[in-house]
Design a protein around this ligand. Structure first.
Ligand code: FPP
Ligand code: MG
Length: 298
């Protein structure tokens, strides 16, 4: 009897949420839509503790489910680019069991995500795994590259998954690339700021409009530091809820606040010079060739 009542309540709650999501997305679509939302998904383990789960690592599974849900809201709204912090280089300092859980979760989910027709193909999303790919275990790195390759023909939306990432190392790599490109006569004609932007992992992503961090922490944890500093109109939101609890209500409130504050000077869509785009495309083609799977024509 109780099982039936709980199931009924769950069914009603899901129905109500679906109606609310549809209504909010329709309403928000009438206002200005951010081009780039960046998210620090924090609080997975505290959420697991709150639920009373014996193993706090289970919080990451709930975190992944929320990530897919929020990605879906963003795509339905037409947000061109979403960047999520899925693993910081600092996270390698966690227990080997937890690192292993996060790696296994990522490998399993990335493989599935890349072939999701309802999210990735329908909207035309190019998945980019950005950061220090060389630090990943070979199997995970291979899946990451495969996910990028499988979606590299999409150009409507960009999903940047920082895994594993810290800005310090991204800027080191970008500076090295910048110095190399400066030796090329054609590249050196390009304005320094534009050239440096072209060297970042987020080279063709628009400026960031909205930064969200959950779990009540007010830190940036080396997430997209250069991009945040150079995005002239980035609005930051630090939310008290844990990441798996981040609901359509919080998301809707953030979007409404953004829409009421946004000015004419909203974000830039980058138009990088063709020479930079060609060089980056070539780097990706070289990366795909290093992975252990068959490259098929599309
Ligand atoms: C922070 O919570 C979360 C992480 C370190 C991992 C985030 C990963 C996911 C949500 C899965 C996404 C995976 C892909 C492939 C997109 P925490 O562990 O710091 O929790 P706490 O702040 O409560 O300790
Ligand atoms: Mg945390």
């Amino acid at each position: 009897m109780w099982v039936f009542i709980f199931r009924l309540i769950d069914w009603i709650a899901k129905k109500v949420e679906r109606v609310l999501v549809n209504w909010l997305i329709r309403t928000l679509s009438c206002g200005p839509i951010p081009k780039h939302i960046a998210i620090i998904m924090d609080g997975n383990r505290r959420y697991a503790s709150k639920l009373g789960l014996a193993d706090r690592r289970l919080g990451h599974y709930h975190g992944y489910d929320r990530f897919e849900t929020v990605l879906n809201w963003c795509l339905r709204l037409g947000v061109k680019c979403v960047t999520v912090y899925a693993f910081s280089v600092e996270n390698f300092k966690r227990s080997p069991e937890e690192v292993e859980t996060l790696m296994t979760l990522a490998a399993e989910k990335l493989e599935k995500l890349a072939s999701r027709r309802d999210i990735i193909d329908r909207h035309g999303v190019s998945i980019r795994i950005i950061g220090e790919l060389g630090m990943l275990p070979e199997k995970v790195r291979n899946v990451a590259i495969k996910a990028m390759y499988a979606t590299s023909h999409h150009s409507n939306y960009i999903l940047n998954i920082c895994f594993p990432f810290v800005s310090r190392l991204e800027m080191e790599r970008a500076t090295k690339m910048f110095n190399e490109w400066k030796q090329d006569p054609e590249m050196s004609m390009i304005e320094d700021q534009v050239l440096f932007r072209g060297c970042l992992d987020t080279f063709d992503s628009p400026d960031i409009d909205i930064l969200i961090r959950t779990s009540g922490e007010w830190r940036l944890s080396e997430f997209l530091l250069y991009q945040l500093c150079t995005s002239p109109n980035c609005h930051s939101f630090f939310i008290d809820k844990m990441w798996p609890e981040f609901s359509i209500i919080e998301f809707g409130k953030i979007l409404l606040r953004y829409q009421s504050r946004v000015t004419e000077r909203s974000s830039l869509s980058v138009n990088l010079p063709a020479k930079i785009m060609q060089a980056r495309k070539k780097q990706y083609a070289d990366l795909f060739a290093t992975a252990d799977f068959e490259l098929i024509g599309r």
